[in-house]
Design a protein around this ligand. Structure first.
Ligand code: CTP
Length: 404
C-alpha cells in the first residue's frame, strides 16, 4: 500500500472507534490516509484522534477552515481508494439516493476512485429491506460492500451488523488496490508443518509457522486467482477469500492435494512436511518406564516428488527448499529430483529469513538453470515476487499448449 492515497470516511455509529484502528493499520502499511468525518462521527470519536493517527488534517465541515475550496471534489478523484467505515444505515441511504448534505456525502458524489463500504448497525436495521435495497443499489453501481460480521452488537443484540475487524478491511482494501492479473488461475498452496502423532497427547512436528505459504495464498487471492490453501496446524487465521483445507499429517496432506490436483493450474508446496512418522501410534498415552525410549520412525510419502511424477497433475509445480547448508546445491538437486518448474531456496539458519520470521530472502531456481536472488523483503513482498515469476511460467505453458 506504499504511497497509495486512501480516504477513510467515518460516519456516526459506535463502531467509529474501530475506524481509528483501521487508520493506524493503513498508515502502518505506508498508505497516505485522509480522514473525512460526519458531524455525528465526531460525537463518537474526537477528530484529533484521527488527525494524530493519519498525520493529516481531518475533513469534517464543508464550510470549515480545514477544507480547501475544492477538497470535496478533488479528494475522491485523486485518491486510489475511498473506504466508508463504519457506514450507518442513514449514510448508506444518502449514498444510494444521491444526497450530498455534508463534506463526506458530497465528496462521494464526485468520487471517481473505487469505493469500499463497510456497513455497521443494529441487526434489525441491517435486515430492513430498505437498507438491503440501498446496498444493492450501491453494488449495482460498482461499490464494493463488505458483509458485516455476526456476534454481539454494541446495542446488546446478537446477529449480523458488526463492523468487520480492521485487519479484514485492510485485506479487502489491498485486494481492491491490487492488479487482477491472476484471474483465471487456479492455484493450490500448501503451508505450515505436518504433525505426526505418537500417542493421543504427543506428536512430532517442526518449526514451520506457515507465514510464507499463507502470504502466497493471500497475495494470489488479492490478484484474482482462485486459491485453495491446504495447511497443517498454524497460529494464523485462514486468509479471507481462500478455500481453506486444514490437515494434520503428511498422509492427510497428500490425499487432499491429490484430490484437488487435476483441477489445479499451479501447486506451490511451501509446507514443511515431516519426512518421517512414528511407525505406530499408541492408542493410549505412552507411560514412562525405567529405560530410555527409542522411537521407530518410517518414511512419509514425498508429496512433491510424487506430484512431479504423476499424470494427475500437469500444471506448474513449485517447491521450497529449507536448508541450513549448501543452499544452492541442495536446492538444485531437489529441483531436478522432484521434477519442478521452480524452487524457492530458503536458508533457514538465518535469523531474519525462513521459519517463523516476517521477512525472507530467497534464491529462486528455474528448471532451465536460471537463478534469481532477492534481497531481504517482507514475506508479502516475496509472495508477490514469486507470483510474478509463476505467472510468466503459467502463461508460457498456456502458450505452448495452444501451439502444440
Ligand atoms: N516435501 C513434500 N513431502 C515431503 C517432504 C518435502 O512434499 N515428505 C516438499 C516440501 O513441501 C518442499 C520440498 O518438498 O516444497 C522440499 O522440502 P525440504 O524439507 O526442504 O526437503 P526434503 O525433500 O524433505 O529433503 P531434506 O529434508 O533431506 O532436506
Amino acid at each position: 500500500m506504499k504511497g497509495k492515497g486512501i480516504v477513510v470516511g467515518v460516519t456516526g455509529g459506535i463502531a467509529a472507534y474501530k475506524a481509528a484502528e483501521l487508520v493506524r493499520l493503513l498508515v502502518r502499511e505506508e498508505a497516505v490516509v485522509r480522514v473525512a468525518m460526519t458531524a455525528n462521527a465526531a460525537r463518537f470519536v474526537a477528530p484529533l484522534t484521527f488527525e494524530a493517527l493519519s498525520g493529516n488534517r481531518i475533513l469534517c465541515d464543508m464550510w470549515g477552515p480545514e477544507a480547501g475550496a475544492m477538497d470535496h471534489i478533488s479528494l475522491g478523484q485523486e485518491a486510489d481508494l475511498v473506504i466508508v467505515a463504519p457506514a450507518t444505515a442513514n449514510f448508506i441511504g444518502k449514498m444510494a439516493n444521491g444526497i450530498g448534505d455534508d463534506f463526506l456525502s458530497t465528496m462521494l458524489l464526485a468520487a471517481t476512485a473505487p469505493v469500499l463500504v463497510c456497513p455497521a448497525m443494529n441487526v434489525k436495521m441491517y435486515g430492513n429491506p430498505v437498507v438491503q435495497k440501498n446496498l444493492e443499489v450501491l453494488k449495482d453501481r460498482g461499490v464494493t460492500v463488505m458483509e458485516p460480521g455476526e456476534g454481539q452488537l454494541a446495542c446488546r443484540s446478537e446477529g449480523k451488523g458488526r463492523l468487520p475487524d480492521p485487519p479484514e478491511i485492510v485485506e479487502e482494501a489491498q485486494r481492491l488496490l491490487s492488479p487482477r492479473d491472476l484471474q483465471g488461475m487456479r492455484i493450490l498452496v500448501t503451508a505450515g508443518p505436518t504433525v505426526e502423532p505418537l500417542d493421543p497427547v504427543r506428536y512430532i512436528t517442526n518449526r514451520s509457522s506457515g507465514k510464507m505459504g499463507y502470504a502466497v495464498a493471500r497475495a494470489a487471492w488479492r490478484r484474482g486467482a482462485s486459491v485453495v490453501l491446504v495447511s497443517g496446524p498454524t497460529c494464523i487465521a485462514p486468509p479471507r477469500g481462500v478455500d481453506f483445507k486444514p490437515v494434520r499429517t503428511a498422509f492427510e496432506m497428500r490425499d487432499t492435494v491429490f484430490a484437488l490436483a487435476p483441477r489445479t493450474h499451479v501447486i506451490v508446496k511451501a509446507a514443511a512436511v515431516a519426512d518421517y512418522r512414528p511407525k505406530s501410534t499408541a492408542d493410549q498415552k505412552i507411560k514412562k518406564g525405567p529405560r530410555a525410549l527409542t522411537l521407530d520412525l518410517e518414511k512419509n510419502p514425498d508429496i512433491l516428488a510424487e506430484l512431479g511424477k504423476t499424470d494427475t497433475f500437469s500444471g506448474i509445480l513449485v517447491g521450497f527448499a529449507a536448508e541450513t547448508e549448501e543452499l544452492l546445491g541442495n536446492a538444485e538437486a531437489k529441483l531436478k529430483a522432484k521434477n519442478l518448474d521452480m524452487i524457492v531456496a530458503n536458508d533457514v539458519s538465518r535469523k531474519d529469513a525462513g521459519f517463523e520470521t516476517d521477512t525472507n530472502a530467497v534464491k529462486i531456481l528455474f528448471r532451465e538453470g536460471r537463478m534469481e536472488e532477492t534481497p531481504l523483503l517482507g514475506k508479502d513482498q516475496v509472495a508477490d515476487l514469486l507470483l510474478d515469476r509463476i505467472k510468466v511460467l503459467w502463461e508460457d505453458r498456456g502458450e505452448r499448449r495452444r501451439g502444440d
